[in-house]
Design a protein around this ligand. Structure first.
Ligand SMILES: Cc1ncc(COP(=O)(O)O)c(C=O)c1O
Length: 427
């Protein structure tokens, strides 16, 4: 594309976003160096309207596990498009049935029944409703800084006040305890608890990995009180952490699991929650107690089935472990060289968080990385943490480039920090 045409598209898209969609988002994107227009994407690379390439370390916050525009998913969708894209909702739906069977096979333990919807928040809503119905109890325990979505039920489980307070009153009977604190769970979970909802690794909370026995003990606490355990694997699922599901690291089988993001194969939105038969029984008396017009549509279902097959066929769990170790080791070396800029590097597989020593440093590191062709962004509930969640198909060469550019950005942040420090010292 001609540079002048690209420039016109970029300017117009910025103006329309500012004037007709979200003025403060347009401003934020400009400030952070993301005010260009995404144009196409393949594998681990996004290309903007000017032809500039970015290695995608934001990874759609967990959407693009199998890479952008995977040919197998595109082919499945194109073939389904020729037949029928949305469901009539009056007949049996083969793509849905095939996907549900595959979900039962890949999810842990005796998780068996799936409901399909269109987003993560919707999957969380369904899981919470099922928990209340199956137990006849109302209390839901969640964790501080958790992120479960922004619809009313999901937001009630989400644990950050700046997103919750403007919309109060939220759904009642939700209690938040510190993440990773098993004693706090022990104290609060009791005979009137319907469910504990937990991200096995907090994503938007800042890539927080709990101790190895946390989920195992939490499972036991739930069993003792009759509360259900809901694992929100919307960000951790489908190979991201090095196992198909993050709970698989600990051998824990939740009663309900929620999925979305990577389940779409990066092509068609889809969400789901999967439950054990003993829990799902609660839905039996009314087959229409939970429905969604677009949920379980054939296009989304063939995309999800193909995406799961890609994770299995391309050994993406193994790849996430191997490349995750490689990227984490490189970032830890960087932490050793710049301890006053980077305070921690943590994660599992290719779900990695780099914690900055001070919040404002991200304002230098993130735009600098974007300028050099790497997408990397904050976690939503913890602005000191930059996430690295690239597609699991990223190559070692691409990771080396990411590390080289990250070092450049951190070096720049250090120079600016020192200058500021000197100025403050001079005052
Ligand atoms: C763990 C988790 N749960 C739920 C959600 C909400 O998903 P959606 O944005 O599709 O509603 C997210 C989104 O980031 C998430 O990370």
């Amino acid at each position: 594309m001609e540079n002048e045409t690209a420039k016109k598209i970029a300017e117009e898209t910025f103006q329309k976003t500012r004037d007709y969609h979200n003025p403060s988002l347009a401003r934020l994107l400009k400030m952070t160096g993301y005010d260009t227009v995404e144009w196409k994407a393949q594998g681990a690379v996004i290309t903007d309207v000017f032809g500039k390439e970015y290695i995608d370390c934001a990874g759609g916050y967990g959407v693009f596990n199998i890479g952008h525009s995977h040919p197998k998913v595109i082919k499945a969708v194109q073939e389904q498009l020729k037949k029928m894209s949305l469901s009539s909702k009056v007949f049996l739906n083969k793509p849905l049935a095939d996907l549900a069977e595959l979900m039962a096979k890949i999810t842990p333990g005796d998780l068996q029944y799936s409901f399909f919807c269109n987003s993560g928040a919707e999957a969380v809503e369904g899981a919470l409703k099922l928990a209340r119905l199956a137990t006849g109890r109302t209390k839901i325990i969640s964790t501080r800084n958790a992120f479960h979505g922004k619809t009313f039920g999901a937001l009630s489980a989400t644990g950050r006040d700046i997103y919750r307070d403007p919309f109060k009153p939220l759904v009642g009977d939700f209690i938040h305890v510190p993440f990773g604190d098993i004693m706090a769970m022990q104290k609060i979970v009791c005979e009137d608890t319907a469910a504990v909802i937990i991200e096995p690794i907090q994503g938007e909370g800042g890539i927080i990995v709990p101790s190895d026995d946390y989920l195992i003990k939490l499972r036991k606490i739930c069993d003792e009180s009759g509360a259900l355990l809901i694992a929100d694997e919307i960000q951790t699922g489908l190979g991201r952490t090095g196992k198909m599901f993050a709970v698989d690291h600990y051998g824990v089988v939740p009663d309900i699991i929620t999925l979305a993001k990577a389940l779409s194969g990066g092509i068609i939105p889809v969400g789901a929650f999967v439950g054990k038969p003993k829990v799902w029984d609660a839905f039996r008396s009314n087959p229409l107690i939970i429905t969604s017009t677009f949920g379980g549509n054939p296009l989304a279902c063939v995309a999800a089935k193909a995406a799961i097959e890609v994770v299995l066929e391309e050994n993406l769990c193994q790849r996430a472990i191997h490349l995750g170790n490689y990227l984490m080791a490189g970032l830890r070396d960087l932490q050793i060289s710049y301890p006053d800029i980077i305070s921690d590097v943590r994660g599992k597989g290719l779900m990695i968080g780099l914690e900055l020593a001070k919040e404002g440093l991200g304002g230098v590191v993130i735009p600098e990385m974007a300028r050099e062709g790497i997408t990397a962004v904050y976690t939503l509930n913890n602005p000191r943490v930059i996430r690295f969640e690239p597609p699991l198909v990223i190559t070692e060469d691409q990771i080396e480039k990411v590390l080289m550019i990250a070092e450049k950005a951190v070096k720049k942040a250090k120079t600016m920090y020192n200058r500021l420090f000197a100025l403050e010292g001079g005052n």
